[in-house]
Design a binder for this molecule. Structure first.
Ligand SMILES: O=C(O)CCC(=O)C(=O)O
Ligand SMILES: [Fe+2]
Length: 369
């Protein structure tokens, strides 16, 4: 049994002429509403120049990275080498896609979680998010399902142009790998420490999210509080709309963001760093009169790997905080956890203290030694 608006695209619900309040399926209970005691005025999230991180002697930038990861678990990344024009082109192509007539968008089918739709609904109690999304796997390249990529048959052209998205995949992959190298160095490990854990055939996914204006932003989540199912996420956000909130020191802080690119630590990194790096809770709040777009790129290790806290990061004072887990199981569990508003590591009970997980031994490649 599902309630009336379940399954409907939010753009369809929002287009209802005369809508003065969101339908009941989206309404948060009073204690969960995003009535932020916003400290937004002064808070600025850290900025890290990824090109400087590559310089072996730039201890200042490395210190900034360390502090950003410790205090926020995310940062604005600069020095990524992508021009404003290029990033705008991607955002505008995304906007064009979400502005297409419904029938056109629905051609970007649906297979498991891939394609254009709303996020999965598992129960009648689930509070719906005020967003639609297009989810595409980008890497490994030979696993792309191009039939789900936006394609306008009449103009015989891809709306979110294949070449554009391909180029963005390569560019953002490069940024991610540089961030992973720098994070390894913060732990006094060699550059490839995390990169080797994700493997050559790591997966990357893109999530294009569209938040239509909402008549009562104070009553709904654009995107519910969550942590990401990734090692690292890269988020490209709409210009000057704001709306991303981060839970910091027990408060929902509201970073003021323009046309920024963010690096966010995901749960996968939390596991492989033995919780030295923590995945931040974040959510999106809608606006009454502005639409909002984002493009998130999620990087995940090869699905047949087993990940867990590596031996070198486990010692008496810091016992293993997580069990070893098959990446595929974590990936599948994420969708259940997300629908339930939980973190995957909690939903699947991945957390432990120093408990050996012998069951998995020998079943697959252990991602760390
Ligand atoms: O829309 C945003 O800014 C954030 C999106 C996000 O958190 C996600 O896609 O996981
Ligand atoms: Fe996220």
């Amino acid at each position: 049994m599902v309630h009336q608006d379940q399954g409907k695209l939010v753009q369809v619900v929002a287009a209802n002429v005369g809508l003065v309040a969101p339908p009941s399926g989206y309404m948060l209970s009073e204690e969960n509403r995003p009535t932020t005691v916003a400290q937004q005025a002064k808070l600025v999230i850290p900025i890290v120049d990824v090109s400087r991180l590559a310089m072996p002697d730039d201890v200042e930038e490395a210190a900034k990275l360390r502090s950003a990861l410790q205090s926020w678990g995310l940062f604005v990344v600069t020095g990524h080498g992508m021009s404003k024009e290029f990033l705008n082109e991607i955002l505008e192509a995304t906007r064009k896609f979400f502005h297409l007539p419904l029938e056109e968008k629905q051609k970007c089918g649906n297979f498991q979680n891939e394609g254009y739709r709303i996020d999965r609904i598992d129960s009648d109690e689930q509070i719906l998010d005020w967003c639609d999304r297009l989810w595409l796997q980008l890497q490994p390249e030979d696993e792309r399902r191009l039939q789900f990529w936006p394609h306008n048959l009449y103009r015989r052209s891809y709306i979110i142009c294949r070449d554009l998205l391909h180029e963005y995949t390569l560019e953002s992959g490069r940024v991610t790998m540089n961030v992973l190298k720098a994070m390894a160095k913060l732990l006094n490990r060699e550059e490839g420490f995390f990169i080797n854990m994700v493997g050559e055939r790591f997966k990357s996914y893109s999530r294009f999210t569209y938040y239509p204006p909402c008549p009562r932003p104070d009553l709904v989540n654009g995107l519910k509080p969550h942590t990401d199912n990734s090692v690292i996420t890269l988020i490209l956000m709409d210009k000057d709309v704001g709306g991303l909130h981060v839970l910091k020191d027990g408060h929902w802080d509201v970073p003021v963001l323009g046309n920024d690119m963010l690096v966010v630590v995901g749960e996968g990194m939390e596991i492989v760093s033995n919780a030295i790096f923590k995945a931040p809770w974040h959510r999106v709040v809608t606006s009454a009169n502005k639409e909002r777009l984002s493009l998130a790129m999620f990087y995940q290790p090869e699905p047949e790997r087993i990940i867990g806290p590596p031996g070198v990061l486990v010692h008496e004072k810091r016992p293993a905080m997580f069990k070893n887990y098959l990446v595929q199981t974590l990936g599948d569990g994420y969708w259940d956890a997300f629908a339930a508003g939980d973190r995957t590591v909690d939903f699947l009970n991945v957390r432990i203290n120093a408990e050996a997980d012998t069951e998995l031994e020998g079943r697959a490649v252990v991602a760390n030694n």
